[in-house]
Ligand binder design. Structure first.
Ligand code: SAM
Length: 379
């Protein structure tokens, strides 16, 4: 068993923990921006393949206290880096530093880089190079006050890069966040699912991956752990085969996405083509004002424009008011969730919410607001 930390968007820590818990033998620990856990190699491979809301799965290399550069350099240099990084390999460093002892994070990162390079040079007589874009080995540094933790990235490209997108809608949601919204909604994977402002379809696509038990990493062809010296290709192959066998298309659920703009629907269709889900999600061009649900029950999750990347062209106050009217008049029996980064626009919806979940979309403070719509009960 090794110690790991899986990073995720702020606000999705508990969802991430619940999602990976089935692969763990011991209790996880939630932290800001991720979840710490212990896992076998088998579980680490599975978490990379199956985590819907994680970004990077990081293997803890060492953990120590330091409150000045000299101690930091000395302890880092004493670590056996030559076992991890060969002189012919490249590496990169990524850091998250929140410490009054290490105020200049660029300088601190450089110090640790020097310690790694000097350690390898002492051991092997030569040094590896830095490659910021496509390194063989990625080291993550996390410093909180005097607590320093160094991690080895087992993931590579972040897990949100599922590989189904061709071109990107300029306000597209990160896949990890979209999956997080679906998981937070507690959708039962049976009742109809709608995103009636779907843009490039991310939320509906993630809902389909969940409903059919398709691992989010299904299209991915590489993880960083495949370059590790202890990589077990037989084990990895069997995990992949098992994952493919467990995909279940018997679920008769209806998943729908619609958007006002045709170009966006083309992006969504391109993506589901890559996933072979053409007959599993119905995408169409439609104004939400013309929407009415097909059945008496269902879940609607939307991410309306909120003026950050798009939205300036829409009259947002009007748009949010009309959304509230639509839910009130046509969506009784449905669980409606609105994800937005504009907190004052939420009020324009004019319905009483049952829950507001705080989430960070990059640097934007967002809310997922839950409106259970019951006929006659709204104000
Ligand atoms: C923030 S984007 C959604 C992005 C989407 N979640 C994704 O991942 O690609 C908001 C979307 O609302 C759509 N929209 C704006 N007004 C609309 C309307 N009246 N009816 C349907 N869609 C609308 C826009 O075209 C835009 O694609």
């Amino acid at each position: 068993m090794n110690k790991y930390f899986i990073t995720c968007p702020r606000g999705l820590e508990q969802v991430t923990a619940n999602d990976i818990n089935q692969y763990l033998e011991k209790k996880y620990k939630i932290d800001k921006g991720g979840v710490a856990f212990e896992a076998s190699q088998d579980a680490m491979y599975r978490i990379n393949l199956y985590s819907r809301t994680g970004m990077y799965v990081l293997k803890e290399l060492c953990s120590f206290n330091a409150s000045n550069d000299k101690t930091l350099y000395k302890i880092c240099k004493n670590f056996k880096w030559s076992k991890l990084i060969d002189v012919n390999q490249t590496f990169s460093l990524k850091s998250k530093i929140n410490s009054s002892f290490f105020k200049n994070s660029n300088f601190t990162t450089l110090k640790i880089k020097d310690a790694i390079v000097d350690s390898i040079k002492n051991e092997l007589g030569d040094r590896p190079s830095i490659d910021k874009h496509n390194p063989d080995v990625r080291i993550f540094i996390m410093i909180n006050h005097s607590k320093v933790k160094l991690y080895l990235d087992t993931t590579g490209k972040p897990l949100f890069r599922r590989g189904y997108r061709t071109k990107i809608h300029k306000a597209a949601l990160n896949e990890t966040m979209a999956a997080g919204l679906v998981l937070l909604s507690d959708w039962n994977k049976k009742d109809d699912f709608y995103d009636i402002m779907c843009g490039s379809g991310t939320i509906a696509i993630e809902a389909a991956l969940i409903a059919y038990n398709i691992p989010p990493g299904i299209l991915r062809d590489f993880y960083a752990f495949q370059k590790f010296s202890d990589y077990n290709p037989t084990l990895w192959k069997s995990i992949l085969e098992e994952a493919k066998k467990n995909i279940n298309f018997d679920n008769p659920v209806q998943i729908n996405g619609s958007d006002l703009i045709k170009k966006n629907i083309h992006l969504a269709l391109d993506s589901i083509g890559k996933l072979n889900l053409e007959d599993k999600i119905r995408f169409s061009v439609k104004d939400f004002n013309d929407f009415s649900p097909r059945n008496k029950k269902g879940t609607i999750i939307i991410n309306p424009p909120y003026g950050e990347r798009i939205g300036e062209q829409f009259n947002l106050n009007q748009l949010y008011k009309k959304l509230g009217d639509k839910f009130k008049t046509d969506c009784a029996g449905h669980d409606v969730f609105v994800f937005t980064g504009n907190l004052s626009l939420i009020k324009k919806i004019g319905l009483r919410s049952k829950r507001k979940i705080i989430l960070k979309n990059g640097t934007i403070d967002c809310r997922l607001v839950y409106y259970p719509i019951q006929s006659g009960s709204f104000q």
